[in-house]
Design a protein around this ligand. Structure first.
Ligand code: NDP
Length: 291
């Protein structure tokens, strides 16, 4: 009867945000107002939407947000100085630079400039290293959200011993995802564009995480019946009517009937990512306040 369960990421995110709201109130009682600084360089429309959503989510849970909109002409030195100022400001607990930054700015330099304790995206090498060593740290929001969804379906300890296949090896999704699954005692396989026989390897998985960025690349022939499928992909495609719509990396209609559970796109992992960012911000505030 559980066959093809649609995992409701919106509901799970709302639940997580409720929890974060309570955590914020507890921190506020101790005289600390959790604060997130968001920096956007340039005027990429997609980034603009992401930043607005993050700021709105922060407001909704009682997190103070500071928005810095810098022109596309901002130099790397200017941006790094802004980050340094925010590092030094004790009233700021989380710093996020919306990616991508303009080409003349090094993404790596920006990430490394952020105080690791304020790195709510979890991209700083120090946090990446801590995650890889299994320490409690600020973890990238998307994979953290995927773990929460998996635990909802499989139970708190239900991942133990399962074979998880992660399709994609980016620094922001695939690699941290693999680290978290390993920490949850899964056997982990990571596939990428050079993998031979990717679909046959994927078909051995009890858990599939799709983070590729290619519309519906993962069809029913990639999936073992009864597998739990988490679709991270967000791809905009044109429809026959000349409009556009969002689809995942998984062919939902083909896979849903054979999967034990599957996330839709939109309404799956996406909402969890923003909720995870809020959770990281309050966690950062708590750590910095020594709570
Ligand atoms: P990247 O482009 O950085 O990485 C894609 C990965 O997929 C690479 O490791 C690449 O391999 C691999 N890949 C490409 N083609 C294939 C193939 N044919 N078979 C197997 N693997 C392949 O993307 P991201 O990780 O940043 O994002 C992935 C998707 O998730 C995107 O659609 C993005 O929009 C979405 N996303 C969604 C978020 C959310 O909140 N829901 C948050 C972040 C991302 P190689 O390394 O060899 O090039």
């Amino acid at each position: 009867t559980e066959q093809g369960l649609r995992i409701d990421g919106k509901a799970a995110a709302a639940e997580l945000l409720e929890q974060v709201k309570e955590d914020v109130q507890a921190v506020v009682k101790h005289g600390v107002l959790p604060t997130l600084a968001v920096i956007l360089v340039g005027d990429d429309p997609a980034s603009d939407v992401y930043v607005r959503n993050k700021v709105r989510a922060a407001e909704n849970v009682g997190i103070r947000s500071l928005e810095y909109r810098l022109p596309a002409s901002t130099s790397e030195a200017e941006l790094l100085q802004r980050v340094k100022d925010l590092n030094a400001d004790a009233s700021v607990h989380g710093i996020l630079v919306q990616m991508p930054v303009p080409k003349h700015i090094s993404e790596a330099a920006v990430i490394q400039a952020i105080d690791p304790r304020k790195d709510v995206d979890g991209f700083h090498k120090e946090n990446v290293g801590a995650l890889s060593q299994g320490q409690d740290t600020l973890v990238p929001c998307t994979p953290a959200g995927c773990m929460l969804l998996l635990r909802k379906v499989l139970g708190q300890d239900g991942l133990r011993g399962l074979h998880a296949v992660v399709v994609g090896r980016s620094n922001i999704v695939g690699k941290p995802m693999a680290a978290l699954l390993l920490q949850a005692d899964c056997s982990v396989t990571v596939l990428h564009s050079r993998s031979k026989d990717a679909s046959a390897l994927c078909r051995q998985a009890d858990i599939v995480i799709a983070a590729v960025g290619r519309p519906a690349i993962i069809g029913a022939d990639w999936i073992k019946p009864g597998a739990v499928v988490i679709d991270v992909g967000i791809n905009r495609i044109s429809t026959l009517e000349g409009k556009t719509r969002l689809v995942g990396d998984v062919d939902y209609d083909a896979v849903a009937p054979i999967a034990r559970a599957i996330t839709p796109v939109p309404g799956g992992v996406g909402p969890m990512t923003i909720a995870g960012l809020m959770a990281n911000t309050v966690k950062a505030a708590r750590m910095q306040a020594g709570m």
